[in-house]
Design a protein around this ligand. Structure first.
Ligand code: SAH
Ligand code: DHB
Ligand code: MG
Length: 226
C-alpha cells in the first residue's frame, strides 16, 4: 500500500515522539522483530500507545490486569511493566502459535513471573476466570477479534469492581465506525459496544480518535462506577 502524505506525517510524528519521550526500547523492539519473524500480523499497538497503557496501569496502581488478545505479547509487556511489584497479568489468546511467540518475548523481557497466558478462545476461557475468582481486575485491555467485543465487554463487567478501567482498541477503524457502507461483523461489534456504553448506567465512557503509525483509529476508555 502506498502511504499518503498524511500517513507519512503521522508516522514521522510517531517516530519523533518515540525518540523524544523515551518510548524506544530494545526489549520491545526485539519482541516486535520476533513476532514479525514468526509471521504474526503487524497489528500490535504502537510504541506510544503501548506506553500510554503502561502509564494507565500505573495511574490505576494496578495489581491485576486482564488482556484479551495477546498476539506476540507486545502490548502485554507494556501493560505488565505498569503493574505494581506484587501484581499479575492474565492474557487470553486463541492461537497456540501466537502464545508461543508471546511466551518467549515475555520471558526475554523478564516478566514471565508476572504474566500468565491462557490459550483458548476467550469466550471459552473467560467463564473459568470468573469461576476461579481471578478478578476483579483493575485494568482490562480488550484487543482480540472485533465481532466478539460486546460479549467480551459483558464478561469484563462481571470481572470488574467500582473503579476498574476498561480500554477497547480499534473502535474507529479509519472512520468505518460511522460509514453506513461498512457493515462487516467487526465494525458491527464496535457499534454494538457503543450502543451498550450509551445505555449502560454502571459505567462512564468516552472514546478517543488517534492517528499515528497504525493509521487512523482509536480506543474506548471506560470507567466502571458500580
Ligand atoms: N494486543 C496485541 C495485539 C492483539 S491482535 C498487541 O497490541 O500487541 C489480536 C489477537 O487476538 C490475535 O493474536 C488473535 O489470535 C487473538 N484472537 C482472535 N480471536 C480470539 C479469540 N476468540 N479469543 C482469544 N484471542 C483471540
Ligand atoms: C487488527 C486488529 C487489531 O487489534 C489492530 O490493532 C489492528 C488491526 C485487524 O484484525 O486487522
Ligand atoms: Mg488492536
Amino acid at each position: 500500500m502506498v502511504e499518503s502524505e498524511q500517513e507519512q506525517m503521522w508516522n514521522a510524528v510517531d517516530t519523533y515522539l518515540s525518540e523524544h519521550v523515551g518510548t524506544l526500547d530494545s526489549t520491545l523492539d526485539a519482541a516486535l522483530e520476533a513476532s514479525n519473524a514468526a509471521g504474526l500480523p503487524p497489528i500490535s499497538v504502537s510504541a506510544n500507545h503501548g506506553k500510554f497503557l503502561m502509564i494507565l496501569a500505573q495511574i490505576q496502581g494496578a495489581t491485576r490486569i486482564l488482556e484479551i488478545g495477546t498476539l506476540g505479547g507486545y502490548s502485554t509487556i507494556w501493560l505488565a511493566r505498569g503493574l505494581r511489584s506484587d501484581g499479575k497479568l492474565i492474557t487470553l489468546e486463541a492461537k497456540q502459535s501466537h502464545a508461543d511467540v508471546a511466551r518467549t518475548n515475555i520471558e526475554r523481557a523478564g516478566l514471565a513471573d508476572l504474566v500468565e497466558i491462557r490459550v483458548g478462545r476467550a469466550l471459552e476461557t473467560l467463564p473459568g476466570l470468573l469461576k476461579s475468582g481471578a478478578g476483579p481486575f483493575d485494568l482490562v485491555f480488550i484487543d482480540a477479534d472485533k465481532p466478539s467485543i460486546p460479549d467480551y465487554f459483558k464478561w469484563v463487567l462481571k470481572l470488574s469492581r467500582p473503579g476498574s478501567v476498561i480500554i477497547v482498541d480499534n473502535v474507529i477503524r479509519n472512520g468505518a465506525l460511522i460509514d453506513p457502507e461498512k457493515d462487516d461483523p467487526g465494525i458491527d461489534g464496535v457499534r454494538r459496544l457503543m450502543d451498550m456504553l450509551a445505555a449502560e448506567r454502571r459505567v462512564l465512557a468516552t472514546a478517543i480518535q488517534t492517528v499515528g503509525s497504525k493509521g487512523y483509529d482509536g480506543f474506548a476508555i471506560v470507567r466502571v462506577l458500580e
